[in-house]
Write a protein that binds this ligand. Structure first.
Ligand code: UD1
Length: 359
């Protein structure tokens, strides 16, 4: 079986690492295409190095642009890549512009398409990620869902026939790193930060692109009662620079984004996570660290239902959430047992033998 994975942004490199490790140990012919959506070394190269992902076979080098230009550049470049490699499956990940572009390219050229992390919904059509995931699910021959809730979402949209619950590959990655890399890593040290601290990340367009919202968040974080280690995504730095907002205010300590193992070590050592990232909400839950999510909704509602994640928007809500009592312990495992990548391989193999849906 020949599978061509298309990735381009940080969370996709994390998911790819679990899939690539499993494929390599089971003789799957795996071609990796990096679109170049993320090009900063701290958002890209360090993930390939630390998570031992094989170097990409193809690099499209698209870089940053508006949504249409970025998506279109990937779409245009994929034609030659698919024609050259002729995979049995094109595997796309998550909800970025790289996901959607590769999905459209595959269906136009009649290559079977599988979507990993299918069925997530925020039901917020103002998020670019929501368009990307809905359109990709409806184009896919195989929707690889991470949870029961994602399966229900797919069923509600008439996609049951193409849906399989494989579990969440991010659990595979986190457990692997926790068991193999973290024990040998020293606890992270941040200059000027002593005692209990929060880890924060902000990058979503709805939080960074409007000046009033961005100022509200910076104001809220700066006034917290413990140091806030803010791991600044390039989108956040670009916006604060353009708006003349000083990030290093009050409680905030600005740091560069961290490699994955260091980030997990920082989260484990923290009093809580404050984020708008999807992956980090789940990672905090899996490490049993309380999370505050700066959004009006989340795709990972299980983390909220189990009490480990609270949605907060205003300065007041954020301050209350980060000081709430520690959540009740739980043994719930809504994100699988750490074997999702094997289930992905099995689902791809089984569907290949059955033949794809007749389109
Ligand atoms: C993208 C994904 C988002 C994912 C996130 C993870 C889309 C629509 N969004 O958001 O789903 O959660 O990645 O980080 O695909 N930039 C750099 N260097 C880089 C990458 C980006 O400076 O290596 C800057 C550029 O100014 C760019 C901006 O960040 O314009 C936004 O990058 P973009 O790829 O559009 O989306 P992200 O915010 O990273």
């Amino acid at each position: 079986m020949k599978v061509l994975s298309v990735v381009g942004a940080r969370p996709q490199f994390v998911k790819l690492s679990a899939v690539a490790r499993d494929f390599a140990s089971h003789g799957v012919d795996h071609v990796i295409v990096h679109t170049g959506q993320h090009y900063d070394p701290m958002l890209s190269d360090v993930f390939f190095r630390d998570l031992e992902i094989p170097a990409p076979n193809e690099h499209l080098g698209v870089g940053s642009a508006s949504h249409g230009k970025q998506t279109g550049a990937i779409l245009a470049a994929m034609d030659d890549v698919l024609a050259q490699h002729e995979p049995d499956w094109v595997l796309v990940y998550g909800d970025t512009n790289s996901t959607l572009a590769a999905a459209v390219s595959s269906v136009k050229l009649h290559f079977p398409l599988a979507h990993l992390e299918a069925g997530l919904r925020s039901f917020n059509r103002r998020m670019p990620e929501e368009h990307n995931r809905v359109l990709t699910d409806h184009a896919a021959d195989l929707c690889l869902a991470p949870t029961e809730l994602a399966m229900r979402n797919l069923s509600n949209e008439g996609l049951s026939d193409t849906a399989v619950n494989v579990g969440d590959v991010m659990t595979d990655v986190l457990f692997h790193v926790r068991d193999t890399l973290l024990p040998s890593r020293p606890a992270p040290h941040f200059d000027g930060v002593t005692g209990e601290y929060f880890v924060a990340t902000i990058h979503r367009a709805e939080n960074t692109d409007g000046p009033a919202r961005l100022r509200e968040i910076v104001d809220a974080l700066s006034s917290l009662d413990r140091p806030v280690v803010l791991l600044a995504h390039p989108r956040l730095r670009n916006r604060t620079d353009a708006l003349g907002i000083d990030l290093a205010q009050g409680a905030i300590h600005v740091e560069d984004p961290l490699p994955y193992p260091e980030l997990m070590a920082a989260v484990l050592g923290s009093a809580g996570v404050i984020t708008d990232s999807g992956g980090l909400q789940k990672e905090a839950f899996l490490l049993r660290v309380p999370c505050t999510t700066l959004r009006t909704e989340t795709e990972w509602t299980e983390t909220v239902d189990l009490g480990w994640n609270v949605l907060a928007q205003t300065r007041h809500e954020i301050a209350i959430s980060v000081t709430r009592p520690r959540p009740q312990p739980t043994s719930a495992a809504p994100y699988g047992d750490g074997n999702a990548s094997a289930h992905v391989r099995e689902a791809l193999t089984a569907r290949l033998q059955l033949g794809h849906r007749d389109t």
